[in-house]
Design a protein around this ligand. Structure first.
Ligand SMILES: [Zn+2]
Length: 76
């Protein structure tokens, strides 16, 4: 687990209050909103900055309508 992103200071405001959280997040793609369940990311309560690591980005991508476009075409 040494390759996990470790953040103790917010890159935006410098606050040390930034912490790792697990939340369902809502994203939008071409006006269509979708929910990505249980994403781990860093959230800064001071400035609202959110930092996603590679794992989180992959999970968001996997839940994106853009990613599932091929499946949708096969379905139709
Ligand atoms: Zn911050």
């Amino acid at each position: 687990m040494n390759n996990k992103l470790q953040i103790t200071i917010c890159p935006t405001c410098g606050s040390d209050k930034i912490r790792r959280v697990v939340r369902d997040i809502t994203r939008s793609y071409k006006g269509q909103t979708y929910i990505v369940p249980k994403v781990e990311f860093y959230d800064c309560p001071n400035c609202g900055e959110k930092v996603y690591d590679r794992e989180a980005m992959l999970k968001i991508e996997a839940n994106s309508p853009a990613y599932h476009k091929a499946d949708a075409l096969v379905d139709a």
